[in-house]
Design a protein around this ligand. Structure first.
Ligand code: PNS
Length: 158
């Protein structure tokens, strides 16, 4: 049976930190699905369609799928037969939230486990919010996101 995993997130936009996790997870699992959360309360900069297109542009692996979901992650995982959720951990400060989220998800869906990938230390400070902030004020984001993402981000924040 195929080992498949789900990598959920906002990806607003995708960064080199996400891409590192995607590369490593897609080498371990037969199939990895990136699931973009569709939550307007988060006031994302990019629409779901734009985020999907950006991810498609920068993903190289052919065992990676892209999808989006609304509502509870556990519901999406159950409906689509996922038992494994992938999350990246950057710093200790991520731990509380991720721990709470993984325990909640296991309570709601008892067959669902979260596997954490420690970030590559190169990206331990990186987040989509920081990238947007740096870009908004004209800083150099070339070491944070691929060129295609940087171009779209600059355009969006013009
Ligand atoms: O990239 P992010 O914003 O850190 O991703 C957070 C995400 C999408 C994984 C999380 O907010 C989520 O799972 N949202 C769906 C709603 C849900 O299931 N909440 C209960 C889990 S605590």
């Amino acid at each position: 049976m195929k080992k498949k995993a789900l990598y959920p997130g906002s990806f607003d936009p995708i960064t080199y930190g996400h891409l590192d996790i995607i590369k490593r997870a897609s080498e371990i699992f037969d199939e990895l699905t990136i699931a973009i959360v569709d939550n307007p309360d988060k006031h994302p900069l990019f629409s779901i369609q734009e985020r999907k297109e950006l991810i498609m542009t920068v993903i190289k692996a052919d065992n990676v799928r892209i999808d989006s979901f609304q509502g509870l992650l556990v519901q999406y995982a159950t409906d689509n037969n996922f038992q494994t959720i992938i999350r990246g951990l950057r710093a200790v400060s991520d731990f509380d939230y991720e721990f709470q989220m993984s325990l909640t998800n296991r309570r709601l869906g008892e067959n669902i486990d979260t596997i954490f990938f420690m970030t590559d230390e190169k990206y331990s400070y990186l987040s989509s919010s920081i990238v947007k902030q740096v870009c908004r004020y004209g800083g150099d984001i070339s070491s944070f996101v691929p060129d295609d993402v940087a171009i779209e981000l600059k355009e969006k924040l013009k």
